[in-house]
Structures are given as C-alpha cells and as structure tokens.
Design a binder for this molecule. Structure first.
Ligand code: PRX
Length: 658
C-alpha cells in the first residue's frame, strides 16, 4: 500500500464531508430502516433465504447453506432457472414493459419488451438445442454490446448451458485461450462491432481463434450492421457457421426452461490473477441470482419506472451482474449503449441520458475522470434532470472525482453509491444503501447487509480502526464456487492466507465510523482503467516477442486510467543494435505486440529498456523500485537502465533508503 495514498486518506478523514440521504430520497427508498443490518447479522441464513424466496423456484431448497470451507452450497436441493427468473416471471404483470433499450454507436436504436425478449431468448434457446448444446455445456460469447449478446446469455441459461463471455476488446489469442480452457462447444459472435466509428472485425478474429479450438462445433454469427454499412456483408461463412437471424426465424417462441439445481454452473468468466494465465471464475445459479437480485434492488433503489443504465460491457462481471441478471431479475428497464463515450463527441453519454431519460447511472471512476478532463460544459449542455441515483465501480474513486460527479452529473441531488466488489464475489459487497447510509466521498462505506467484511492484519486478527487486508469472513450466496479446472488454485489463491476466510487481494482501511476505504490491490494484479490485468500476463506477452529476453511490468499512476502499465524489458543481445537504431519504432512494435496478444487494454503506456532487473536475493523482482523509476521518483535522473552498474547502484541506494 502506498504511504502517499494512506496519508491522503488520513488528511481527508480529518475534514470529511458527510452526505446523508435527503429526507425526500429516504421517504421513497426501497430500504430506509437501518435495522436491516442487525436483522441480517442475527440470522444471516434466514435473511438470505428471505431474498431467495422472492425469486421463482420450481423446487424449494431443503437447506439454505452447506459450508465446508472453502466450498459452499447455497439453497441446497432447490431447482430454478435464471432465464425464467429474468423473463417469464415478469410476463404476467408486465409483458409490455421495456426490458432493453439499446442504442448502437452509429445511433441505431432498438428495444425489446419483456414479451419480445422472452420470445427471442426462447427461439435462440431452441436453436442452441438443435446445435447440440445441452445441460452443463459451455458456450463462448464474443460480441459487441448489442441486445443479442444478452439474448445469447439468457438462452444458454434457459437450457442449462454455461456461458463464457469473452470481452469483445480481447485479442484473437485471448479468445482462443479462454475457449480452450473452458472447452466450449459453440461460439456466438457477431460480424463486427462499432468502436469510435470503426468496425472491429469480430468474426475475423473469432475465425482465427477457432482454428485452434477443436471443441467448437458451430459458430453462430449475429449480423451487426447499421443501415449504411456494407462492410459486414463481406465476412466469410464456413460450413460450421450459422447466421443468428436464420436460426431464430425457424424456431418457435416456446421453450420450456430447464430447471437446474441451485448449484448448477450459470457461467464462467475469465479474470486476471497473479500468474500469466487468467482463471475461469465459476458462478452457480441460485445463490448468484439471489445476490444480484438483492443488491440491485437495494443498492440502486430500483423502482418500476426507472430507466437504468450501467455502462459496463457484458464482457466484465459488472455487465453480467448489473446489466443482465440483477436488473432483469428485478423486471427493470435496462438501457445499453454499444460504443465509446467520446463518439462522435465527448458529450455522447449526456446526450443518451437526456434522450432516453435515464434515471440510474452506474459507471467507473476512470470514465468520471475522463469526463472531468473534457469539462463540465458538456454535461451542462444537456438536461440531466431525469437522473436520481449515481453509482461507481471498478476502482477507488478519488474524492475530487466523487465531488465532480456529485455536482456536475448528480446536480447535487443524487446519492452516489460507490460499490466495492469483484468478479469472484459475484455481487456488490461494500456499498452505501442510498436511503440509509450517509456517504463520504472516496469511501465505499459499509458491507451490504448479510455480508461480513473485515480488515485483518497479516496474522488474520481484525483491525478495528486502521489499515490492513480486506477479508470476507463468512460465506455469501453469490460467492465464486471455484476456478474452472483448477481447484488447487482456488484454494491457494483465496483461502490459504487464513483458513476459512476469503482473501480479496485488496488493501483497505476502516475508520472510526466503521467506513471502509479501499486502497487498491496488494498483489501483482493491476487495475488499469477499472480492468484487471496481471503483471505476469503482460510479461509473458512481452517475452513472447523474439527480441525480448526478460520483462518486468508494473502499474504506474495515470491521470485518467488510475493505473497505466510500464514495462521494463531486457533486449536480447542479438537484437539490441536493431532496437536501438530506431527506439521509437521498437517501442511501438512491443506495445502492438502486447495488444495483439492480449487486447488493447493491456497495451503498455511506457517501455523502458534495461540490461538488468533489480531483484531481491531470493530472485523476486523489486517492483516498488521499478515503480519509483518509472514514475521518475526519488531516483530521478535515470531514464535508461542500459548500464548494469546503474541497476546495481540504484538497488543499493534504494535498499539504503527504504
Ligand atoms: O481492487 C478492487 C477493484 O477492482 C477489483 C475487482 O476487479 P474485477 O474482478 O475486475 O471487478 C470489477 C468490478 C466489480 C477489486 O479487487 N474495485 C472494484 N470496485 C471497487 C474497487 N476498488 C475500490 N473501490 C471500488 N468501488
């Protein structure tokens, strides 16, 4: 944990401003009595069972929780279907209510009522069955943010298949690795997706991936074409390919959901860890849906007439839990937008809020910092009065960004919910309840009722006030159930630090009011613009380049992204002259190489050539020293580490200083 951050937070704590819920908000809030915390604590299982009862079950559970650390089963013996809970159960009361309102980057708009979405999902589920997909199969989804991506997820859920969504910004190789690891049978993709006016050729990237994926039997392709674009017509169609629109046109809108066990895998989602290989986090059905349903209802204070917009892509867990499962299980109207916030202009989001009368807006601090940079005149030029609640997720929100968001987007009237959680936790864990909890800019406040979060020291003892490691000390319904194909890694990664206690990998502080202040990762995972990337993943990509012998990657401070990637590389002696002859081009080549291997989100900001890497005696790279060098701190004058003696002397000086 950086001392600087701690000092800044200490300073902040002294003069913290409180933002209590307004009387008006509290009066209408879904939950306004703080007794819920106590009730949940006194009978946690009963409390969660109360939430689960609000969902539809075909067979009720016999037992709420079976906990054999680190393996939990929730709602044991119960049977349900996630797609039924997101669709069918709303049909009786609100068949004509809008479920999805979508706007594409070029401005094309489509919407689906719950009735229409139910029909489309059922048709596609029938089509998947005909393609041989059945209970327990894995289906990969590699798509832009179009309604069909949500249809695909729910169609898998309807027939008991697990989806594995791969973010459309990932490279072909990243897609290949994830398909191979999950052993997916079918891949659902699109011809392309729009990004800043360009077409990202998803089908082409998918084709390249699938060549090395023998488990894939069929590729289903959604035609993503805005009216004026012809480019999509040129995609290649192979014998194993099927057009989505042709498939659904042949199928009936009747598809009985497959009632699955509460512990049936709903999906796997790959996320970065401390090794070079991303891990497939497993979520199951009953507990996950209960967690998403409960948190969406209380944290976002969701009402029947809300227009809810979470800006996350479905490629991330936020898209799974808070674009799809949480809001749809609540019967909400979900707005989604395909493209970039600055396309065609930097006011696109505010234009969308105004046009679609968005009431709840949930985004990431990195986006808020970009909006700040672009200036307050942009939101001011739009009518944002429909907004009534704002959310933040993905990384710590700095108090300045919080205040800017509060003033310029929330008009000083909207509560802000800063929600801390992870791919692994499935649902929001630390957050204000907007009708109850007074917020402090920069703090995610308190654990959601029914969640036991603590700050522990290295030995696992609780810290009452102060800093340490964030841990979850009791099981919760939406917790991960494992890592696909790697139970050992699951046990070691999350449960080995303190037996029976979940280690989050985050550092945090708790203040005298019991408020949590998140400080970032304490492991080798970076959070770049709210996206998790492992230092080792980027290092592996770099050493894969023929000119690179060794690489070390660190996260450095970045004004917008929060963290950016700096890579120290040792160039092979055979390649050094060529590299030095055109350094700028060589750096570009390396950056592009990482982008091709992983995706643009992993592209290093800075490349530093070195002849040696500072290591501890046990051979561990001294990342803190590298960070200091990359950020130009303390050891200032060093711009290149081309001389081996420089590294040695730096190391010495550093060791003396720290
Ligand atoms: O470091 C924490 C940070 O994001 C990590 C989880 O990343 P991921 O699994 O990709 O999920 C992101 C969306 C839930 C955490 O370990 N993080 C997430 N939300 C916050 C946060 N850090 C501080 N404040 C948050 N609100």
């Amino acid at each position: 944990m950086a001392d600087e951050t701690e000092n800044a937070i200490d300073a902040l704590l002294q003069e913290t401003r409180w933002f209590p819920p307004s009387d008006e908000f509290r009066a209408k809030a879904n939950v306004s009595n703080d007794a819920v915390y106590e009730t949940a604590r006194n009978d946690r299982e009963g409390y969660w069972a109360g939430w689960a009862e609000q969902l539809d079950w075909q067979t009720k559970w016999d037992k709420v929780l079976e906990w054999e650390p680190p393996y939990a089963k929730w709602f044991v013996g119960g049977k349900l279907n996630a797609s039924h809970n997101c669709l069918d159960r709303h049909l009786a009361t609100k068949p004509g209510k809008l479920a999805i309102v979508w706007e594409g980057e070029p401005g094309d708009v489509r919407s689906y009522t719950y009735g229409e979405l139910h029909a489309e999902v059922s048709r596609f589920a029938n089509a998947l069955k005909k393609l041989g997909v059945t209970l327990g199969d894995r289906v990969a989804i590699y798509m832009p943010l179009v309604p069909e991506a949500i249809v695909a997820m729910l169609a898998c859920a309807r027939i008991g298949a697990a989806h594995s969504v791969v973010f459309g910004g990932f490279s072909s190789e990243a897609l290949r690795d994830r398909i191979q690891d999950a052993g997916a049978k079918v891949l659902i993709t699109a011809t392309s997706g729009y990004r800043r006016g360009n077409l990202v050729p998803l089908k082409k990237l998918a084709d390249a991936a699938v060549v090395e994926c023998p488990t894939i039997e069929h590729v289903v392709v959604v035609m993503r074409r805005a009216a004026a674009d012809e480019a999509d017509d040129t995609v290649t169609v192979n014998a194993r390919d099927r057009w989505y629109h042709e498939l659904i046109s042949r199928e009936s809108a009747d598809c009985e959901p497959v009632w699955v066990d509460s512990e049936q895998m709903l999906y796997t989602l790959y996320t970065s860890g401390t090794t070079g290989k991303p891990k497939g986090i497993i979520h199951t059905t009953g507990g996950y849906l209960t967690g998403c349903y409960a948190t969406t209802k209380w944290v976002f204070d969701l009402k029947d007439d809300d227009v809810y917009w979470c800006t996350a892509d479905i490629g991330w867990v936020t898209g799974h839990s808070y674009v799809v499962y949480g809001p749809l299980a609540n019967g909400a109207t979900v707005f989604i937008y395909e493209g970039a916030p600055d396309w065609p202009k930097q006011d696109r989001f505010w234009q969308l809020v105004e046009k679609h009368k968005v009431t709840i807006f949930y985004t990431a601090p990195t986006a808020i910092r970009a909006f700040m940079k672009w200036g307050e005149s942009l939101p001011k030029s739009h009518d944002l009065s429909s907004l009534r609640l704002l959310g933040s997720v993905g990384e710590p929100i700095n108090p300045e960004a919080w205040m800017w968001y509060h003033r310029n987007i929330g008009g000083e009237r909207c509560p802000i919910v800063d929600t801390w959680w992870q791919t692994e936790t499935g649902a929001i864990m630390i957050t204000p309840l907007p009708g109850i909890v007074a917020t402090k800019p920069g703090s995610a406040t308190k654990p959601f009722p029914g969640i036991e979060a603590k700050i522990l020291n290295q030995q696992g003892q609780p810290v009452e006030v102060g800093g340490g490691y964030l841990a979850i000390t009791e099981p919760w319904p939406s917790m991960l159930r494992g890592i696909w194909g790697d139970p050992e890694r699951y046990e070691k990664q999350y449960w080995a630090k303190w037996p029976g206690i979940y280690f989050t990998g985050d550092g945090a502080r708790v203040d005298a009011d019991g408020y949590f202040w998140l400080l970032g990762r304490v492991d080798d995972v970076m959070n770049v613009a709210g996206h998790r990337i492992g230092t080792m993943e980027v290092e592996s990509a770099l050493v894969d380049h023929p000119a690179i012998a060794e690489a070390a990657v660190v996260g450095i401070k970045h004004e917008i992204k929060g963290t950016a990637i700096a890579a120290f590389v040792i160039v092979k002696s055979s390649a050094i002259d060529a590299a030095k002859s055109n350094l700028a081009a060589f750096e570009q080549e390396l950056k592009q190489h990482v982008s091709d291997k992983i995706g643009a989100i992993a592209r290093p900001e800075k490349i530093l050539l070195t002849v040696d890497l500072p290591k501890t005696r046990s051979g561990k790279i001294m990342r803190r020293l590298l960070r200091d060098i990359a950020e130009g701190r303390a050891l200032g004058d060093v711009t290149t580490l081309a001389d081996p003696t420089v590294v040695a002397s730096l190391k010495e000086r550093y060791e003396e200083e720290s």
